[in-house]
Design a protein around this ligand. Structure first.
Ligand code: AMP
Ligand code: GLY
Length: 428
């Protein structure tokens, strides 16, 4: 089967900008379109204003534009069954069906699978009522982690440092803080160590592990302040030595892929495994059913393999035997957010960009929450606004280049962490 000549990418973040650019770089030269996209994606590919949760609208767009392949970025359309609907009309798509998306949409579902197949993960209890949840809390060590079962835009997890904080989180979540998403909660033992993100391209029982990456979840330098969707990332993550990578494959990735298949889920998409590297070994924090953001922005530029061929093979069940070629370079992405994120932040602030020719070599500014105003200026339109990303022969050089790009962007509400990559840089 030849590669598709046209692709629709669904989503509007930095992850989708990276997907669009990698797909455009395919030797097959596909036509790439995006819905809904953002101001930066629109400079690379036609964008159509269809929201990611408007499943019928996305199907109609794919048909109207006669695309041959759909690549789905975010979890919401996956959980709403976009891929199920595309398959019904005979359109190949990359991303799991709703049954696979449940691995992200329900933390209870995932925890049950992890426990059933004895894949390393923290012990946990599940609760719908406050009283038994509070009783369970008193039997567990502190700190302790309280999680909403369902999707909560990354805000449904509280790592409680005291019993009082844990009790408040239980009451908050079961009290309906996230509606149906928190009508059930998990209370999970706290894991200690470094976190890494392992992205895996999965097609049934076949899989390809993407290069290692680490994200920076907290808003502030030195990993302080509230959790965010991710403030920066780098790849490779050298804390994952080749030996540890092999162990992660043996103890986590292969058992996870097989468990999902054994559960009757024909998963064709990205399994993003959030891992804690504990003193006794890697342990699963979560599964996501999609590419990570901003991990994608640092992993894709390092691939020497054609992304289009890779995703197409996965979607068609032809991933067996596919091997990945990876560039030796380091990639680092600094997320530029709007001041106030992840709480409240302004929108509509004008952004002035450096001329591309003035940027350091192999440096690119991905767009995330950007839009055009009526005067045609690019303005902020979300919490995470841009992702300055660089590829270089060393991590230090990649960081220097990405930060040069951050400093050259002008925007009154610009905020970014100054220490992306510092942990790995300081380890040397
Ligand atoms: P999750 O949405 O499950 O990935 O949780 C969000 C973040 O909370 C993770 O990236 C971790 O930083 C933290 N976290 C979640 N579960 C645990 C745990 N069991 N132990 C320690 N930290 C956790
Ligand atoms: N960067 C973490 C995520 O995409 O969920």
């Amino acid at each position: 089967m030849p590669l598709p000549s046209s692709v629709l990418v669904v989503g509007s973040g930095g992850r989708e900008h990276a997907l669009v650019r990698s797909l455009l770089g395919s030797p097959a030269h596909p036509r790439v379109i995006c819905a809904p996209g953002n101001a930066g994606i629109a400079q690379d590919a036609p964008c159509f204003p269809v929201a990611v949760d408007h499943i019928a609208g996305l199907i109609a767009l794919a048909q109207q534009e006669k695309v041959e392949f759909v690549v789905v970025g975010p979890e919401v359309p996956l959980a709403l069954g976009l891929v199920d609907e595309l398959i019904k009309i005979g359109l190949p798509a990359y991303g799991p069906k709703a049954d696979g998306a449940r691995l992200e949409a329900s933390k209870v579902f995932t925890k049950e699978i992890l426990l059933k197949y004895q894949i390393p993960t923290a012990a946990a209890g599940f609760f719908r009522e406050v009283a038994p949840a509070l009783a369970y809390l008193r039997t567990r060590p502190i700190p302790i982690v309280i999680k909403a079962d369902g999707l909560a835009a990354g805000k449904g997890v509280v790592v409680a440092a005291t019993l009082a904080e844990a009790e408040a989180a239980v009451r908050d979540l079961l009290g309906g803080k996230f509606g149906a998403s928190s009508s059930q909660i998990l209370i999970e033992d706290c894991l200690f160590g470094e976190e890494t993100s392992q992205l895996v391209i999965v097609s049934g029982r076949d899989y390809v592990m993407l290069p290692t990456a680490q994200d920076h979840k907290r808003i502030g330098d030195g990993d302080t302040g509230p959790n965010t969707g991710g403030m920066g990332a780098y790849s490779p993550a050298e804390v994952v030595t080749p030996e540890l990578f092999a162990r992660i494959e043996r103890e986590i990735v292969r058992p996870s892929v097989n468990a999902i298949a054994d559960e009757g889920i024909d998963f064709r998409g990205t399994l993003f495994i959030g891992l804690m590297l504990t003193p006794t070994g890697p342990s699963v924090i979560e599964y996501n059913a999609r590419f990570g953001d901003p991990e994608t922005q640092v992993v894709l530029p390092r691939l020497a393999t054609d992304l289009l061929a890779l995703l197409w093979a996965a979607a068609r069940g032809e991933l067996g035997g596919v091997k990945l070629a990876v560039k030796p370079d380091y990639a680092l992405c600094v997320v530029i957010a709007a001041q106030g994120y992840p709480e409240s932040f302004p929108k509509g602030d004008v952004i002035t960009f450096p001329a591309p020719a003035s940027l350091p070599p192999a440096t690119f500014i991905y767009h995330a929450g950007t839009a055009k105003n009526s005067a045609g200026q690019v303005v902020t339109n979300g919490g995470r606004v841009l992702g300055a990303t660089a590829l270089a022969p060393s991590l230090a050089e990649a960081a220097a280049r990405a930060y040069a790009a951050c400093d050259a962007v002008q925007c009154s509400s610009k905020y970014f962490r100054r220490d992306i990559g510092a942990r790995q840089l300081n380890r040397r």
